[in-house]
Design a protein around this ligand. Structure first.
Ligand code: SF4
Length: 165
């Protein structure tokens, strides 16, 4: 059985939009391996702090990620996680999970989350992120080039319908 992938809440949004780039080529490859594990059936275990994506950082990457302190103790990152948690659980219409809980993340959930992200309903955590233009662009092109389940896209008509009053 595949080991679970440990993800903090705001990184659930990041892998949703991931198109192959990251702070360094080594870190991009690390995210690619995480994505392949998820697609291979690994469970998602929510963490309260540093997760498997943080675990792929080499020395200096945290600076590129806009914070100098440890991924675990950084209060801003924890705030991002709380915002992402609220947006993700609302988009999936599930009760808010505690750290240690399992999040089901298959193609149906990815589609729902991408629909919410594309419609601007899951970006509270993204305001100050250096990748926010890239993520908005990914959503704007209906996730063409996304690495995690590239076929799990909102689609033209559901997306347009979501913007209607
Ligand atoms: S804008 Fe930043 S925090 Fe938001 S999904 Fe993209 S990479 Fe993640």
């Amino acid at each position: 059985m595949t080991d679970a992938v440990r993800l903090r809440w705001h990184h659930v949004l990041c892998i949703l939009n991931h198109g192959g780039d990251s702070h360094t080529p080594a870190h991009a490859a690390h995210i690619g391996r995480i994505i392949r594990k998820i697609e291979g059936g690994a469970a998602i275990k929510i963490t309260a702090g540093a997760d498997d994506i943080c675990g792929g950082f080499a020395a200096g990457d945290a600076i590129r990620c806009n914070h100098a302190m440890s991924c675990d103790r950084n209060r801003t990152l924890r705030m991002l996680d709380q915002w992402a948690r609220a947006d993700i659980c609302a988009a999936l219409q599930i009760p808010a999970l505690q750290a240690g809980g399992d999040l089901v993340l298959k193609t149906g959930e990815i589609k729902q989350l991408r629909l919410a992200y594309a419609a601007g309903r899951a970006r509270t955590a993204c305001g100050a992120c250096r990748w926010k233009d890239a993520c908005a662009e990914m959503a704007g092109k209906n996730y063409q080039g996304a690495r995690l389940w590239p076929d799990a896209v909102p689609g033209r008509w559901p997306f347009v319908a979501s913007l209607l009053p």
